[in-house]
Each structure stands twice: as structure tokens, then as C-alpha cells.
Unconditional design. Structure first.
Length: 171
């Protein structure tokens, strides 16, 4: 085998490994996701911080909905950016958890409305709330750019966020 062939094979394996690490999946066909100039859409960063320890079900990819339609599944330690149609948008997140004295499995869901304006940038963080025996759930919360930069400092940008990472934004 030639050295060039071996180098190409190694590069292919490395590229496959890098893309396999990102497990966030976005539904680009969602009616609120629109490719348009920045002045016509709201840029929304969705951020899911790592946890301090293993959290069982709470470590799974997080299903996120916008106005009751599936938007993405967001992996722990990753963030992405989506150009979204301006307006009032309900962001909902659903997860499974252990709860009660018998550690039954229960589905937990939280929603929050966000008012997105064209030309603006938003940072929505999915904070894990550990309710101990009542179960763990995620709470969507808007943060400012300074908190977003701190949270994403050691996180993996995926999708559109690779071209526009939080660290590259002014603020």
C-alpha cells in the first residue's frame, strides 16, 4: 500500500470519529427554522451543559420542541444555533427520570415562552434540576452572552454553531 492511501484511510477514520462524537440532531424542516439574512430571523443558541456526575436518564439526548413540533435532540455538553422565525415561541423539553421510593420511571416536561425578535441573538440553556426522590428535569432559561460564553467555553459546537461559535460573538 502506498503512503498516500494509508494517509487517506487514516483521515477518513478520524473524520468519521469526529462526526460520530456529535450526537445532537436538528430537524431543519421545522416550520420555525428559516435560512434568511440575520436581519429577518432571530439567532437562537440552544445550550446543554455537562453535569457534575452521571445522572442516568438525564444523560440521554434531550428532545426539544418548538411550538409543539419536534425541533431537535440535544446531547449533553453540546450546543447549536438555529435561525428562527421571530415571534412568541414555546420551547418545551421532555426527559425521563427515576422518582419515588421504588425508583419508578416517569416522564418530566417543562415549557417556557420566549419572545424572539428579528436581528437579535438569544441563548437558551437547558438547566438540569435534580429534585432527588422527586426526579430530575430540565428547565429552559434565557441567559446573557456573558453567561453563554462561560457555559460553552469547554463545550462542543455542532451544526450551524461550528461556523458561528458563541466564543466568536461580541459582547
Amino acid at each position: 500500500m502506498s503512503d498516500k492511501f494509508v494517509a487517506i484511510c487514516i483521515m477518513a477514520i478520524l473524520m468519521a470519529g469526529i462526526t460520530a462524537c456529535a450526537s445532537t440532531r436538528v430537524d431543519d424542516r421545522h416550520p420555525l427554522v428559516r435560512e434568511a439574512p440575520d436581519s429577518e430571523v432571530a439567532r437562537v443558541y440552544f445550550i446543554r451543559p455537562r453535569t457534575e456526575r452521571t445522572m442516568g436518564f438525564a444523560d440521554n439526548r434531550l428532545p426539544v420542541e418548538a411550538d409543539r413540533f419536534h425541533l431537535m435532540t440535544l446531547a449533553k455538553g453540546e450546543y447549536t444555533m438555529l435561525p428562527m422565525v421571530p415571534g412568541n415561541v414555546w420551547i418545551s423539553v421532555t426527559s425521563q427520570t427515576h422518582w419515588g421510593p421504588r425508583h419508578d420511571v416517569k416522564e418530566m416536561s417543562r415549557s417556557r415562552q420566549f419572545n424572539l425578535k428579528a436581528g437579535e441573538t438569544y441563548f437558551i440553556v437547558f438547566n438540569l434540576v435534580d429534585g432527588e426522590f422527586r426526579g430530575a428535569f430540565f428547565e429552559p432559561e434565557e441567559v446573557d452572552i456573558y453567561m453563554a460564553k462561560e457555559l460553552t467555553r469547554n463545550m462542543l459546537p455542532v451544526g450551524r454553531a461550528r461556523k458561528q461559535p458563541v466564543s466568536s460573538l461580541e459582547g
